[in-house]
Design a protein around this ligand. Structure first.
Ligand code: HEM
Length: 183
């Protein structure tokens, strides 16, 4: 199964960068485009400003009832009208990783309502979470979202709401990259 992907920042690619800015911590170098490529299809020696790798993994916190609602509401990536995307790499603090699983779930959902808030923005926004903490990468997660231009304002609202939650107090590095389909 293809579950590991490289996000290649460089001079060419399917997605053109509209903005790249630091939210917290060190930013990434500015490049023009991002390509999302299965790692096993990566051309060796391809010039890139940066390459971030992540893999699709099992869920950690979502409960059965949440998965059922998500499954009913969310749409897949690659919709023709979804010409906007966001790549938001995130690293959480050692304090977060020192918590037990049940303590993290408590902050993630019972206190921060991450899934409940996110669900309000489906199906306009399509999403995919990539894990990279165990791959020796600079971030713990690569979060990827696709939406049509008419959902851009709603997406800003969603991001603002999540960043004001208790969960985000544990975010120590975050870069916000907004993209538009280049081809
Ligand atoms: C579009 C609506 C969204 C929905 C429905 C949603 C839903 C979820 C769910 C269900 C999980 C938990 C997966 C699991 O159980 O392991 C999750 C994880 C995560 N989401 Fe979202 N999310 C949304 C938007 C966002 C946005 C806009 C961001 C970033 C700004 C974000 C960042 C993350 C991160 C970093 C994780 C991993 C948290 C961790 O494991 O510590 N999400 N999301």
């Amino acid at each position: 199964m293809r579950n590991r992907y490289a996000f290649v920042g460089g001079n060419s690619g399917r997605w053109r960068i509209a903005s790249l800015r630091p939210v917290r911590g060190e930013v990434l170098p500015h490049v023009r485009c991002v390509d999302v490529v299965p790692v096993d299809a990566m051309q060796s020696g391809r010039p890139a400003g940066w390459v971030l790798t992540g893999q699709i993994s099992n869920v950690r916190y979502a409960k059965r009832a949440e998965l059922t609602v998500l499954g009913a509401k969310q749409e897949a990536l690659g919709r023709p009208r979804a010409s906007r995307a966001a790549l938001i790499p995130i690293k959480k603090s050692p304090e977060w990783w020192d918590l037990a699983q049940d303590e993290r779930r408590e902050i993630f959902e019972e206190q921060s309502r991450h899934t409940a808030i996110g669900l309000e923005y489906l199906p306009g926004v399509a999403r995919q979470l990539y894990h990279c903490r165990d791959l020796g990468e600079p971030f713990d997660f690569l979060t990827w979202f696709e939406y049509a231009p008419e959902h851009a304002d709603a997406f800003e609202h969603l991001v603002d709401r999540l960043r004001s939650t208790k969960e985000w107090a544990f975010v120590e590095r975050e870069v916000d990259i907004r993209l538009e389909l280049a081809v």
